[in-house]
Design a protein around this ligand. Structure first.
Ligand SMILES: C[S@@+](CC[C@H](N)C(=O)[O-])C[C@H]1O[C@@H](n2cnc3c(N)ncnc32)[C@H](O)[C@@H]1O
Length: 351
């Protein structure tokens, strides 16, 4: 970014600048408010009842009524709840899909919970990590964290399995015909189970270094009755996986999580695992390439991810870094598409 254009703030008053900072502080409280609503069951109870008073909710869930009253009123101020009059509250439009319905592709409630439960403590620890450059890695966060990550990515996995993958004509043909798919960094196996359910002739193999993810994946695959078509191994992406046997390889929310020195090895082994003509499919964040891009809305999520995953040891690559990794491994014909204004879909081919 050394030679990038300037990113200067336009003329603003001190009040406007103070307003900007207060909006960030409000966001902090709103995140905790949503997380409390999820953890206590208040959001789900209001959804079930359609509309409810704080007294109804407190009685149903065994909560302290005065606190519930303040929570409901604050949630109304933050536009998470609407007030019906007479101290009755209901969910504001789309809050069911966004905060209550876990299977909905638009669900961000699990992300809210992960921010509160793990993001908060991680960020509180930043100053200590900054002194020596230490890290607290993804895998060190433990089993519940791995499970919560799986819940966070679930909605988008459904979208990938049913819309994005078949949206690439070359991949759709292979899914229909029954191909072999390698999922590098498969975590709890959610993407593979969704692909196998949507495409009955596809066989999947997943690898991940996270033992908690692999244990959860094994359980999920067996519960879904997919053990005959979906397998997993606790292995690094940079180790060999059945050279030349796969038609499609996926890395879903993985590239930015791989330690930078290991990335060329992961790409080389993924390339080796594919048949000639095989296709690589990546969905991940792309970091801005210039200071001006730091402020562009399409990079807001990747800037946030790079910040809140910084002390996990994660580095979100720029598009130049992504391209260099792919071409360095031998991939050609790289195509990029933006997904949901937050992610980048990358397709690349093994000649
Ligand atoms: C954000 S999670 C995504 C997991 C999964 N793809 C999903 O959709 O839930 C990133 C995953 O990449 C895995 N990972 C990081 N470095 C890896 C490596 N070198 N080889 C294999 N997996 C790796 C992590 O253990 C973690 O499970």
């Amino acid at each position: 970014m050394a030679a990038s254009p300037a990113a200067a703030t336009p003329q603003r008053t001190a009040e406007q600048q103070a307003g900007l900072l207060w909006s960030y502080i409000r966001g902090f409280h709103a995140t905790h408010l949503m997380a409390t609503g999820i953890e206590t069951g208040m959001l789900a109870a209001i959804d079930r009842r359609g509309a409810a008073t704080p007294a109804d909710i407190a009685t149903e869930l065994g909560l302290h009524a005065p606190y519930v009253t303040t929570w409901c009123r604050t949630a109304c101020a933050y536009e998470v709840l609407d007030a019906d009059g007479g101290e009755r509250f209901r969910l504001a439009p789309f809050m069911r899909e966004l905060l209550v319905s876990r299977g909905d592709p638009r669900h961000i409630g699990a992300y809210v919970s992960i921010m509160q439960r793990y993001g908060g403590p991680d960020l509180t620890d930043h100053a200590r990590h900054y002194r020596g450059g230490s890290a607290f890695t993804f895998q060190e966060h433990g089993r519940d964290f791995s499970q919560l990550v799986a819940d966070t990515t679930g909605g988008l996995q459904t979208f990938v399995a049913r819309r994005l993958l078949p949206g690439v004509a070359d991949i759709r043909t292979r899914l229909e015909a029954g191909c072999r798919l390698l999922d590098v960094g498969c975590g709890a196996g959610g993407l593979m189970t969704r692909i196998a359910q949507a495409w009955p002739a596809v066989r999947c193999h997943g690898v991940d270094v996270d033992p908690h993810g692999i244990a959860a994946a094994r359980q999920r695959i067996s519960e879904a009755g997919l053990a005959g078509r979906v397998t997993v191994a606790q292995a690094a992406g940079e180790s060999a996986h059945d050279d030349g046997g796969f038609d499609v390889a996926t890395l879903f929310e993985v590239l930015h999580e791989i330690p930078v020195p290991a990335r060329p090895g992961v790409m080389a082994q993924t390339f080796a695992a594919l048949k000639p003509g095989g296709i690589l499919f990546i969905v991940d964040e792309t970091y801005p390439s210039s200071h001006a891009e730091l402020r562009q809305p399409e990079y807001a999520f990747s800037v946030q991810t790079a910040y809140n995953e910084l002390t996990w040891g994660n580095v979100v690559p720029t598009r130049e870094e992504q391209d260099a990794l792919l071409t360095g491994a031998g991939f050609r014909d790289i195509e990029r598409t933006q997904v949901a204004g937050m992610f980048t879909q990358i397709i690349a081919h093994k000649p």
